[in-house]
Structures are given as structure tokens and as C-alpha cells.
Ligand binder design. Structure first.
Ligand code: E4P
Length: 217
């Protein structure tokens, strides 16, 4: 399973990329707005830090303008995945860009029917938002299970990119379902490392080691 980090914060991206756990980055207009910086510059910098796909989102809503935006974003670096919303115009843009060999991430997916359309439009990634579905009383993980089943049945190449992840449990459930990617906020990626028994066990080992008076180096 691949881990992408869901942020436009360059410090977090550099810090976490150094762990070797980051296979890509996803951004969205809200995350870019938080940085207060130029979108195009931020995306270019991220694409230079991480080798894997870096999602950069179009903000136009009509096909013609979205396509132009997508082409401009794709030209920034080879590892850019153009993000488009799951709308009619978004999927038209997805098809046009995918036909030219551009990676497209279709975002704001909330149903299996939408995911089916995105795969037919040639999306490299489909981003179902599990946390936002949970927030409105639906089961986000049930959607992941449905999409994984449908994609496997038809052998679609589109990767299931679990988005709007709120905690380690979402990551574990996504992995159990065989999702290809989870995009996680930096905080959640750091949380994946933690367990109180790891800390407790390490403290005990180090206390016993100290008693031996030895060093390894
Ligand atoms: C995915 O690409 C989105 O950027 C993201 O996962 C949205 O998450 P949120 O619901 O926490 O805003």
C-alpha cells in the first residue's frame, strides 16, 4: 500500500519524505491557501522533493478552462497528477488529459457510481473522501470496499486513493480492503508509528541496558 501525504506544507513534506514512507503528495485549494504562497511555486517545489505523484488541483469548473489549467499544471513536472472534481466537465477533462498520457486524480468522490465513471474516463486515481462521508453519518469504508470490488471485477487500472483520512484506523481499514493508496495528513502519518507499549518497552530495555554499563559504539 502506498502512502501519500495530504498537505502543501513544505516543511512537513521534507521532514516526512526523509522517513522513506512518502510515495506521493496530494494538495487541494484549501491546503494551498493555508500556506499563503503562490500555488504554482509550491507545486513545483513539492514535485522536486518527492519522486512520486504530486496532485495539483484545477479550480475552473468548465471543460475548456479546466483543460488549459490541467495542461499548465502537468507541464510543471513529470510527476504531477492533475486533480479534477467529479463533475461532467471534470470527467471530460480527465478523459482528454488521460488520452494525452497525463496522470489524473479525480477528487470529491462520494459514491461507487461516481468511481465507476472516473475509471471509464481513464483516471489514474480516484479519491473517495471517507472522513467526510463518516461526518454525515455514512460509512466511508463501505464505499472503499465497493469501489475496490468493482475495479477488481473489471480489471480497471485506476488506483483507489483513500482520502479525507482522519486517523490510523482509517489507514488500517483501507489496507485491509486492499486500497492502493491512502493520502494522510502529516499528523496521521506520524501517529502510525506510535503505540504506548512500544514506548514502555523501549524505556524498560534502555533502563536494563544502562545497568550493564556497556556501550555498543
Ligand atoms: C484529498 O485529496 C483531499 O485533499 C483531502 O483528503 C480532503 O480531506 P479533508 O476532508 O480532511 O479536508
Amino acid at each position: 500500500m502506498k502512502f501519500f501525504i495530504d498537505t502543501a506544507d513544505l516543511d512537513d513534506i521534507r521532514d516526512l519524505a526523509a522517513t522513506g514512507m512518502v510515495d506521493g503528495v496530494t494538495t487541494n485549494p484549501s491546503l494551498v491557501a493555508k500556506t499563503g504562497r503562490s500555488f504554482l511555486e509550491v507545486v513545483e517545489e513539492i514535485a522536486g522533493i518527492v519522486d512520486g505523484p504530486v496532485s495539483a488541483e484545477c479550480v475552473a469548473t468548465d471543460f475548456e478552462t479546466m483543460l488549459k489549467e490541467g495542461e499548465k499544471l502537468a507541464a510543471i513536472a513529470d510527476n504531477i497528477a492533475v486533480k479534477v472534481p467529479l463533475t461532467v466537465d471534470g470527467l471530460k477533462t480527465c478523459k482528454a488529459l488521460s488520452d494525452k498520457g497525463v496522470m489524473v486524480n479525480v477528487t470529491l468522490c462520494f459514491s461507487a457510481a461516481q468511481a465507476l465513471l472516473a475509471a471509464k474516463a481513464g483516471a489514474a486515481f480516484i479519491s473517495p473522501f471517507v472522513g467526510r462521508l463518516d461526518d454525515v453519518g455514512q460509512d466511508g469504508m463501505e464505499l472503499i470496499a465497493d469501489i475496490c470490488q468493482i475495479y477488481a471485477q473489471y480489471d480497471f487500472d485506476t488506483e483507489v486513493l483513500v482520502a479525507s483520512v482522519r486517523g490510523p484506523q482509517h489507514v488500517v481499514m483501507a489496507a485491509k480492503l486492499g486500497a492502493d493508496v491512502a493520502t494522510v495528513p502529516p499528523k496521521v502519518l506520524r501517529q502510525l508509528y506510535g503505540h504506548p507499549l512500544t514506548d514502555k518497552g523501549l524505556d524498560a530495555f534502555l533502563a536494563d541496558w544502562k545497568k550493564t554499563g556497556q556501550t555498543i559504539l
